[in-house]
Design a protein around this ligand. Structure first.
Ligand SMILES: [Zn+2]
Length: 725
C-alpha cells in the first residue's frame, strides 16, 4: 500500500493560498487537476496546486478529503506558475488570479447539443407549398428547427409535421463547434527583402523552442503583421499541437484585422475580448483548454486563458496604454505576457512602431532581439510632420484652428482628399463655468469637472459616467443663462469646422458617436469610401485604420498630453502623435501631418518633426536614469480610499508609520492625488521608488501583513503604475 497523500487545492475565490486535503486512497491526483472538495458547508471546485506525502505533523490536523476528481485534463503547470507569479508580483490574492483563469466555468462541462434537421428520402409524402419550401432549404444543409422555419419563411409547426411525416431527419450535434485548424503551409503576401530578413530572424527565435523575446520595431505600415504571420506559421509547422496567442489592444481588434488572419491561415482565429457573448467565450475557453484552438487573437485578458501548449505570444502595439489593467488585479499585459512566455518556455514578439522605453532598453541591453523594419514597402514614406507655433499663429478668440491649419485643410479639400483632425477630448467642452459667480460645475461624488455633451444635452463625468441634463440656471448662484463652456471638445471643434467649410461632409469619431463595433465598422467603411471629407477624431481614430484618401492629419492640441506631471507624459505624447500622423498618406498619395503647439521645442515634438526617434529615446532614458525611474528603478503606488477624507488620511499616515526601513526604497506621501475623491470615496496616495534589484512586491506584501487597516479602508496596490491620478 502506498503512503497517504496530501493535496493543496486552490479555489477560484478571494483566498490568499491553497488549502490542504487528504487524497482518498486509490485515487490518482496530480498537480493541475480540477477537483471538488469540501469548503465550509459546501463543496467547491478547485485546482490541485501541489501533492506531497502525508507527514507526521499532518496526522494531528483535521483534514477533509477531496470529494471528486473531475474527468478533465490537468491545467498546464506553466499556467499554475503564471497564476502564482501574477499574484505575487501584483500583490493580489492567489485565488482571485486563479478566478481570472477559470473565468468561464461552463466551459468545463461538455458542449450543449442541439437538434438539426436535414431532408430524408420518403416515397409517400403529402406535399404542400410550405413543405416544398422547407425541403428546398434543407437540401442546402442541416439547420435547427427555428433556423429552418426562418429560412423557409414558414411557421415552426410545418417543420414539426414534416418531421412527424418522415420527410426530415433529426440529428444531434454539439452547439460549440471546434475551430477549423489553421493551415501553416498557406503562403502570405510577397515580402520585400527587408521583411524577409525580419521574418527569418523571428522564425529563428521560434525554432529555438525555448523562452526568447524579440522587439519587432517597425514604422506604421511597414508590414509588421505579415512578418509576424511567418513566425506564427513556423510555430504551427514545428509542433502539431502548438498554440499561439496574439494580443491586441481591444480597440484594434477589428473585423478587418481578424479577416487578415483568416486569409493568411485559411481559417478564422479564436477571438477573445469584451464583446464576446457567454456562449462564444465558453467555446473559446474549452477549445483553448483542450489544446484544439491553435491561434487565439484577443485583448489583454486572453493572457489568462488556460493554454495547453503555448508556444508563441505576439503582443502587437506593445506600447499601448490599454494593456494596463486599472481595475481589480492591476497588471500590465505586456509585462505579464513576457512572464507567461518564460513559464511556458515559449517565444514572444513585442511589435510596435513606437516601442515603450522599457522595451527599448531591454532591446538595447540585448535581452530582446531587436528586429527593425525601417520603411514602408514600395515607394511609400512616412508623412513629413511640421508644427504651427500657436504663439505666432493664434486662432481667433473662442476658436481652436490657427490660420495656417485652416489653409492646409482648404488645400486638401480642393484636391478632393480627406483630413483627419485629432483632438483627444470627447464632448463639447471639458469645463463649464458660471459667468455670474465663477463656479465650475463638478461631479457630486468625484473630484472631476463635468464635461458638456451638446448632442445629448448633458453634463457627463468621464471618470464614472455620472450625468445630468445641462441645467438652465447655475446650480450654485441660480443665475439664468450664465453657464459658459471653456475649452474645446470634438463637438465644439466640429461646430467650428462646419462654419469654416459649410460644404464639407464632417463626422466625429469618438466613443460617443461609435459606441459598438458595428458602428465603428460603418464609420470606417464610409471614411474609406470617401463619404467623409473631414473626420474629427479622438484616440479611437488614431489606431490602425488605413484610409487611402487621407492626406492631412491636423493635431489640434499637441501639448495636451504634455501637461500631465507623470513620468510618461512625453513618451505617451510621442507615441500617440506618431501613430496619428502615420494615418496620413499611402503608397500613391503622399500625406502630411501638422501639429498645433505652444511648445515647438519640446523634445517629443522635435523628435516627431525630425523623424529621428533615437534622440528622443536617449533624452527620455537619461532623464529617467537620473530620477531612478523605470526602467532604471521600480515604482509602486498604494492608493487608500475611505468614506471620509480624515479616515483616508489617517489610514495612509498610519501605514507610512509602519513602513519597513529598506535601503534603496523611497516612500513618498501620503499625498492628495489629483483625483482626491472618486464615487464618494476620498483618496490618498503613496508612491514607492526602489532600486532595480529590490523585490518591491515582496516588501509591500510583508508590510501589508504588519498593518491592520480599519474595515472601511480599501487599499489598492499598483505595481509599475501608469496612472498617477
Ligand atoms: Zn453661478
Amino acid at each position: 500500500m502506498s503512503a497517504p497523500l496530501l493535496a493543496s487545492v486552490l479555489f477560484p475565490m478571494p483566498v490568499p493560498e491553497p488549502f490542504d486535503y487528504l487524497v482518498p486512497e486509490g485515487q490518482s491526483v496530480s498537480k493541475g487537476m480540477l477537483v471538488m472538495a469540501p469548503l465550509g458547508t459546501r463543496t467547491a471546485r478547485g485546482v490541485v496546486w501541489s501533492v506531497r506525502p502525508l507527514e507526521a505533523k499532518d496526522k494531528t490536523r483535521k483534514l477533509k478529503a477531496i470529494k471528486q476528481v473531475l474527468p478533465l485534463p490537468p491545467l498546464a503547470h506553466s499556467s499554475l506558475d503564471f497564476v502564482d507569479f501574477v499574484a505575487r508580483y501584483c500583490c493580489h490574492l492567489q485565488g482571485v488570479v486563479l478566478r481570472m483563469m477559470l473565468s468561464t466555468p461552463d466551459a468545463l462541462r461538455p458542449s450543449p447539443t442541439e437538434t438539426r434537421y436535414g431532408p430524408r428520402e420518403v416515397s409517400e409524402l403529402r406535399m404542400t407549398p410550405a413543405r416544398t419550401k422547407v425541403l428546398a432549404v434543407a437540401q442546402g444543409g442541416h439547420y435547427s428547427a427555428s433556423e429552418l422555419a426562418r429560412r423557409a419563411n414558414v411557421s415552426p409547426g410545418v417543420i414539426k409535421s414534416l418531421c412527424d411525416a418522415g420527410g426530415l431527419i433529426a440529428t444531434r450535434r454539439d452547439v460549440d463547434r471546434p475551430f477549423a485548424p489553421p493551415n501553416p503551409e498557406k503562403t502570405g503576401l510577397n515580402l520585400t527583402p527587408i521583411q524577409l530578413d525580419a521574418a527569418k530572424a523571428l522564425i529563428g527565435l521560434v525554432e529555438k523552442n525555448k523562452f526568447a523575446a524579440a522587439l519587432l520595431d517597425g514604422v506604421t505600415g511597414s508590414g509588421k503583421t505579415e512578418v509576424y504571420f511567418d513566425a506564427i506559421a513556423a510555430a504551427l509547422k514545428q509542433d502539431a499541437h502548438a498554440q499561439i496567442l496574439v494580443l491586441l489592444p481591444e480597440i484594434a481588434l477589428t473585423q478587418d484585422v481578424l479577416a487578415r488572419f483568416a486569409r493568411r491561415f485559411g481559417a478564422p482565429p479564436a477571438e477573445w475580448h469584451s464583446e464576446r457573448t457567454a456562449p462564444q467565450r465558453r467555446r473559446v475557453w474549452r477549445e483553448v483548454f483542450h489544446g484544439r484552438a491553435r491561434i487565439v487573437v484577443g485583448a489583454r485578458s486572453a493572457l489568462f486563458l488556460p493554454f495547453a501548449n503555448l508556444r508563441l505570444i505576439v503582443v502587437d502595439e506593445e506600447h499601448d496604454g490599454s494593456y494596463k489593467q486599472e481595475e481589480g488585479v492591476l497588471y500590465h499585459a505586456r509585462d505579464m505576457a513576457v512572464a507567461r512566455a518564460k513559464f511556458a518556455k515559449a517565444a514572444i514578439i513585442l511589435a510596435s512602431a513606437t516601442p515603450a522605453l522599457e522595451t527599448m532598453r531591454n532591446a538595447r541591453l540585448g535581452r530582446y532581439a531587436h528586429i527593425r523594419l525601417p520603411a514602408r514597402p514600395g515607394s511609400a514614406v512616412l508623412p513629413p510632420i511640421s508644427t504651427i507655433d500657436l504663439r505666432e499663429h493664434p486662432p481667433q478668440s473662442g476658436r481652436w484652428l490657427s490660420p495656417p491649419l485652416i489653409e492646409a485643410i482648404d488645400q486638401t479639400l480642393k484636391q478632393d482628399e480627406q483630413c483627419l483632425l485629432f483632438l483627444n477630448r470627447r464632448g463639447y467642452a471639458p469645463l463649464t463655468i458660471c459667468r455670474a459667480c465663477g463656479a465650475k460645475i463638478q461631479a457630486p461624488d468625484s473630484a472631476t469637472y463635468l464635461v458638456e455633451h451638446r448632442y445629448s444635452g448633458r453634463l457627463i463625468c468621464h471618470l464614472t459616467g455620472y450625468s445630468i441634463p445641462k441645467p438652465a440656471a447655475c446650480p450654485t448662484c441660480g443665475a439664468k443663462d450664465s453657464l459658459h463652456p471653456i475649452g474645446p471638445g470634438v463637438e465644439r471643434l466640429s461646430e467650428e469646422v462646419t462654419a469654416l467649410f459649410p460644404q464639407a461632409r464632417i463626422e466625429i469619431f469618438s466613443s460617443d458617436t461609435a459606441k459598438t463595433a458595428e458602428e465603428v465598422r460603418t464609420l470606417i467603411a464610409r471614411m474609406e469610401r470617401g463619404d467623409i471629407d473631414i473626420l474629427i477624431g479622438t484616440q479611437m481614430a488614431a489606431k490602425g485604420h488605413n484610409f487611402p484618401h487621407l492626406t492631412l492629419v491636423g493635431v489640434v492640441d499637441a501639448d495636451m498630453g504634455l501637461h500631465g506631471a507623470d513620468l510618461r507624459a512625453g513618451e505617451r505624447t510621442y507615441q500617440t502623435l506618431a501613430q496619428v500622423a502615420g494615418r496620413a498618406g499611402r503608397a500613391d498619395k503622399p500625406g502630411r501631418a501638422i501639429l498645433q503647439t505652444h511648445q515647438p521645442d519640446h523634445e517629443a515634438i522635435l523628435a516627431l518633426c525630425s523623424g529621428v526617434r533615437e534622440t528622443f529615446i536617449d533624452a527620455e532614458l537619461s532623464l529617467r536614469e537620473d530620477m531612478g525611474f523605470p526602467p532604471f528603478g521600480r515604482l509602486a503606488a498604494l492608493i487608500f480610499s475611505a468614506p471620509s477624507e480624515q479616515e483616508a488620511q489617517n489610514a495612509a499616515r498610519d501605514f507610512v508609520a509602519a513602513a519597513p526601513i529598506v535601503e534603496g526604497v523611497d516612500v513618498w506621501g501620503p499625498s492628495e492625488p489629483p483625483l482626491g475623491r472618486v464615487r464618494g470615496r476620498w483618496r490618498r496616495r503613496l508612491l514607492l521608488r526602489a532600486e532595480p534589484q529590490i523585490d518591491l512586491s515582496a516588501m509591500i506584501s510583508a508590510w501589508r501583513t504588519r498593518v491592520k487597516l480599519p474595515k472601511n479602508i480599501r487599499l489598492k496596490v499598483d505595481i509599475d503604475p501608469y496612472s498617477f491620478l
